[in-house]
Design a binder for this molecule. Structure first.
Ligand code: SF4
Length: 218
């Protein structure tokens, strides 16, 4: 058998290639899931985002910033979602002159319907062992945090940035972290990437928490 003498691309490139393959599969699935409820993937993404925010809703500008889409794209998508009855416009509780957009009960039901579509990528993630899933989640949190710090993506509502996060409060325990919002310990596998109760911590608290968190995960 001929020997393969070509040098493989750098590991960073191969990791990027791997993510690109997964992203392709997820994009295809997003089209299928969105199609089931008569939406396009951007509209579905906005709807899922709003369902996660509850009844208070969010302003269009915030939605666009969180999802990394332009304001006109967010506005068009929200108009389409409003016509379908999946979202509604309300007075923003923090400013009576402003308008917030929130998911309706029909919108929540539509997201549940879309989520029932079989997903090959979910099945692939589920094929990893519990420990592998936990490791993957941890590495994703680290990558997302770095992307956020460089300004490549907007602030994410992750535990590691949250004012309620107390990392490694119980060293050596299976549930080493503490969430001061629910006043309960939690494990690595429960780290949230998009939490409805998230409140951002100030920069110095985030840096201090990250240092303690990293010490426990290195
Ligand atoms: S409120 Fe949410 S994001 Fe904040 S620490 Fe608790 S679970 Fe994590």
């Amino acid at each position: 058998m001929a020997k393969n003498t070509t040098t493989p691309p750098a590991i960073i490139d191969r990791i990027g290639d791997g993510f690109a393959r997964i992203a392709t599969a997820m994009r295809t699935e997003a089209w299928t899931a969105a199609d089931v409820i008569g939406l396009n993937p951007t509209q579905l993404q906005i709807l899922i985002f709003l369902v996660g925010r509850g009844k208070a809703g969010m302003r269009v500008k915030q939605i666009a910033a969180h999802l990394g889409v332009s304001q006109p794209t967010a506005t068009d998508s929200i108009n389409a979602l409003t016509r379908k009855g999946f979202v509604e416009k309300l007075a923003d509780p923090s400013d009576a002159r402003a308008v917030a957009v929130a998911a309706t009960a029909e919108g929540e039901a539509a997201v549940r319907r879309a989520g029932m579509i079989a997903s090959a990528t979910d099945a692939a993630f589920a094929s990893l062992s519990t420990l592998e899933q936990e490791d993957l989640l941890l590495h994703l949190v680290k990558i997302i945090r770095t992307l956020q710090a460089s300004g490549a993506i907007p602030e994410q509502r992750m535990c590691v940035n949250c004012r309620y996060f107390q990392p490694n409060a119980y060293p050596g325990s299976k549930e080493p972290h503490h969430c001061a919002f629910v006043n309960a310990p939690f494990g690595q596998a429960d780290l949230r990437i998009d939490c409805g109760e998230y409140e951002t911590a100030d920069a110095s608290s985030q840096a201090a928490a990250w240092k303690i968190f990293n010490r426990g995960t290195a």
